[in-house]
Each structure stands twice: as structure tokens, then as C-alpha cells.
Design a protein around this ligand. Structure first.
Ligand code: GRG
Length: 293
């Protein structure tokens, strides 16, 4: 199966599962469920779920074993986008090519929608079947740690406090390790755990996730200055507008491209223990490096 067919297949499976897991739109109170579905089914790239499913396969499992964690990471990701777009944070009108949640449902409902998506992530994750090595407690603490003030929320705090300040590359890496790489890494780890991965494989996937997560962010920063709002489906040029330090603003565009390629190579090298079983993950890392939106 080529990568495009694989992505289309996995995205369909994830969307079907998300549809099954989320409360129906008519469930009362219906406004919050409509808002949750508006944000989740908005045409996101589903990178984190696909990484989760591909990691399960790389560890010898079937992708279907990892559908619950794949949906859980997408729900946590979507919560972070809804809250990040709020006027009190990044104040954005456009997300995934559509008006942001608070623009459609109002600020109060968008806060609640983010809260509900985050909570639902754990409801869904708890449905992951246990394996010989891992159980519900392992799955829940993996994702809870990632969503905590030490990772996702901590990254957002450093990001907010960094606005208008010139940051060093080291400071930038710390933000993106927490904000971007942590959830990508947990997506891989949860997929691997659902497939009963050995600790050595889990460790290799952690190294892969950290490097590919940073590469993803470098590319995101490059696209922010090189692509249009139409192509990105979110406001382009936003980083510069709020005087946020980015890879291109610190290193320049060309050096940023080299940095992304170097991180992708590091990521691919860390998959050595898997041999050919991780070819799909290698392909996905290459795909992220080449992405245009
Ligand atoms: C807890 C409010 C809060 C924030 C945590 C994750 C995060 C920090 C903020 C979200 C916004 C942001 C710029 C995150 C960096 C990672 C990133 C580039 C996300 C966009 O991910 P894509 O491109 O989005 O995979 P789609 O829409 O395709 O799912």
C-alpha cells in the first residue's frame, strides 16, 4: 500500500472510531456536543493518530488494537487547538480552514468545549485493551503526564511568556519539546503499548518521537512564513505578528530547513532496532519533512 492510500485508509478508520466514541450531536445539552464535533471533524491531518497506529504495527500489533489511544491523542490535540485559539491566548479566527470554535459558539462554550474534549480523551483512552505488559493505569498516566503543566501546558506557558522577547535556540527547543514533541511521542508510545511493545522498542520510539516532533515544529515555523493562509487553513505570518521567536527568526530559513532534515535523519536512525518493520514510520517522517501545509 503506498503512503497516500495508507493515510486515507487510517484516517477513515480514525474518523469512524471518533464518530463512535464521541457523544452524538443530539445528546443533551446538544450545543456542547455539536461544538465538540465541529472541532474534531474539521479536516485535521490526523498525524498523531496515524503515528499511533503505525507504531502499533511496527511493534507487531494490528492497528485496530490502538484505535482508542489514536482517538484519545486526537481529542487532546483538538482541545489544545481550541484553547490556543481563544482571545486570551493566540486569538485566532481561523483553524483547519474554518472559523475557530469561539467564533462559532462563543468564548464560554469554546472553553467548555476544550475542557470536554480533554476529559473525553481519557474516557476513550480507558477503553484501550490491556496487554501482557501494560494496563489502563499505564495508558492513563502516559497521556496525563503529557497533558500536564510539565509538558503541553508548560510549553504553552513558556510560549505565552516568550511573546515579544528574543529567545535562544535552546529556549525554543524547550518550548517545542513540551508543546509539540511530547504529544507526538506519547502518540507513538501509546500505540506501541497497546501492541505490547518491549521496553527497548518503547525507548526507541521515544527517541524517534522527540526528534520527529521537533522536525515537525521547525517545518511548521517555516510554513508560517512561506505559505498562505488559504494553503495552511490557519492564519499565516502569525508568529512574526506577535513577535514570537521561531526557528526561521533565530536561524534563518535555509539553516532551518537543514535543521529539519538533520532532526528527521536522527529520528530515522533511532528506528534501527525495528529493521524493516518501521518502514511506515520512516515514510511518515519523510512525509512530514516534505509537507506543504
Ligand atoms: C494547553 C492551550 C494549550 C496549549 C498547549 C499544543 C499547544 C500547546 C497549542 C496548540 C497550538 C500549536 C501551535 C501547537 C504546536 C503544534 C502544532 C504545530 C499543532 C498543529 O498541528 P497540526 O498541523 O494540526 O497537526 P491539524 O489541524 O492538522 O491537526
Amino acid at each position: 500500500m503506498n503512503l497516500d492510500t495508507y493515510l486515507a485508509f487510517m484516517i477513515r478508520e480514525v474518523d469512524r472510531s471518533l464518530d463512535g466514541f464521541l457523544p452524538k450531536e443530539k445528546t443533551r445539552p446538544s450545543t456542547i456536543h455539536a461544538a465538540m464535533r465541529y472541532c474534531v471533524f474539521a479536516g485535521g491531518k490526523r498525524l498523531r493518530p496515524v503515528f499511533c497506529l503505525a507504531a502499533a504495527e511496527a511493534c507487531g500489533g494490528d492497528f485496530s488494537q490502538a484505535l482508542a489511544p489514536a482517538c484519545a491523542v486526537e481529542l487532546m490535540h483538538t482541545y489544545s487547538l481550541v484553547h490556543d485559539d481563544l482571545p486570551a491566548m493566540d486569538d485566532d479566527d481561523l483553524r483547519r480552514g474554518r472559523p475557530t470554535c469561539h467564533k462559532v459558539y462563543g468564548e464560554g462554550m469554546a472553553v467548555l468545549c476544550g475542557d470536554a474534549l480533554l476529559t473525553e480523551a481519557f474516557v476513550v483512552l480507558a477503553q484501550t485493551p490491556a496487554t501482557k505488559r501494560y494496563g489502563t493505569k499505564d495508558y492513563l498516566s502516559e497521556l496525563a503526564e503529557t497533558g500536564s503543566s510539565r509538558k503541553l501546558i508548560g510549553g504553552q506557558v513558556m510560549d505565552l511568556e516568550g511573546e515579544g522577547k528574543k529567545q535562544t535556540k535552546r529556549e525554543l527547543v524547550r518550548i517545542h519539546e513540551a508543546k509539540t514533541a511530547a504529544l507526538l511521542t506519547s502518540s507513538l508510545r501509546l500505540g506501541a503499548m497497546a501492541a505490547n511493545a518491549t521496553p527497548a522498542k518503547l525507548e526507541a520510539l521515544t527517541a524517534f518521537g522527540q526528534a520527529v516532533g521537533l522536525a515537525f515544529q521547525v517545518i511548521d515555523d517555516i510554513l508560517d512564513v512561506t505559505q498562505s493562509t488559504e494553503v495552511l487553513g490557519k492564519t499565516a505570518g502569525k508568529d512574526e505578528a506577535v513577535e514570537k521567536s521561531t526557528y526561521p527568526s533565530i536561524l534563518g530559513l535555509e539553516a532551518s530547513r537543514k535543521e529539519a532534515a538533520k532532526l528527521t535523519k536522527t529520528a530515522m536512525d533511532s528506528l534501527a532496532p525495528f529493521g524493516k518493520k518501521a518502514d511506515r514510520l520512516r515514510e511518515l517522517a519523510g512525509h512530514l519533512l516534505d509537507r506543504k501545509y
